[in-house]
Design a protein around this ligand. Sequence first.
Ligand SMILES: *Cc1c(COP(=O)(O)O)cnc(C)c1O
Ligand code: SF4
Length: 340
Amino acid sequence: MPIITRTADSVESEDWRQVLSESFRRPADLLNWLGLPAAGLPGGSDDQPDFPMLVPRPYARRMEARPDDPLLLQVLPLTEEKREQPGFITDPLAEDSANTTPGIIHKYHGRVLLLAASGCAVNCRYCFRRHFPYADNRLSRAQWQQALDYVRRDNSISEIILSGGDPLMLQDADLQQLIDHCQAIPHVRRLRIHTRLPVVIPQRLTPALTAMLAATRLQVSMVLHINHPRELSDDHRRPLKSLAAAGITLLNQSVLLAQINNNISVLSELSERLFEFGILPYYLHLLDRVKGAHHFDVPESEAIALHQELQTLLPGYLVPKLAREVAGLPNKAMIHLDRD
Ligand SMILES: *Cc1c(COP(=O)(O)O)cnc(C)c1O
Ligand code: SF4
């Protein structure tokens, strides 16, 4: 392991927006801070105007100073992303067609995605939303009302899933207002928040946020997006414990990623560590075939073999469902071994 010296960080702010504003935005700065020579990386590139690098410092701090670090590889733009690969397209989930009301994606029975915020606190290179027309989904107040009207009119909708972008990018006051609107709709029973923000900035899980989520009549779950055991740190323990104590169900969804977590010991350690932090593994997703992310793809046969092995190692409740998003299906497709 190389010996690294990092410049001392100033004491980290408790204000998550401040922490976010201090994120690394240039690959050279991040590599330099890690003590890695840019030349040692296969195409560590500055030039990604459409989907620029964004890496908060608490996340960078959990990286190890090596070019194949699984946290670094999730966020560092590589020139490899620019290579065209057949089958990897800009809208692999055909969400454009399920996105008829701005801010709403209604593909599955009983639940809708509400695109609550357009940005994220980290730009993950494998993200299927890297080409999503966020700008068109930055909602005006009138459009917010339209999106909520959509939910009001359809009483089959019992769950609102705040997604994005990352819904925790909203300021607390805006989030509170949104929750108030949601809980005022009688047929809505559950609120789910899909977020990666607290993974990269644990300071986002403030006592005020926990109190807000504890106070709604809705049953709240939070689905964290954690791909590697080292993404959870001691800074996560206390706030996650508070959320759990407040009755918030904590779940995790991971994406199976080449070079990051397509490895049985990483996957089993991830499940163990999630549980240690009070989080249950929910989904292990196959990569959506989005343009620019082909180098993260894990073949389905390998995914099935890993999943099978995971089942032999862990109790059932620590084995996530292996799933893939298939355009046009009424739910995510569960991936199984064909036994016949
Ligand atoms: C994943 C997803 C959901 C939620 O599906 P669950 O199986 O309930 O987790 C809802 N809508 C869309 C568009 C999704 O991609
Ligand atoms: S946080 Fe989620 S939505 Fe945002 S870039 Fe990462 S994977 Fe995509």
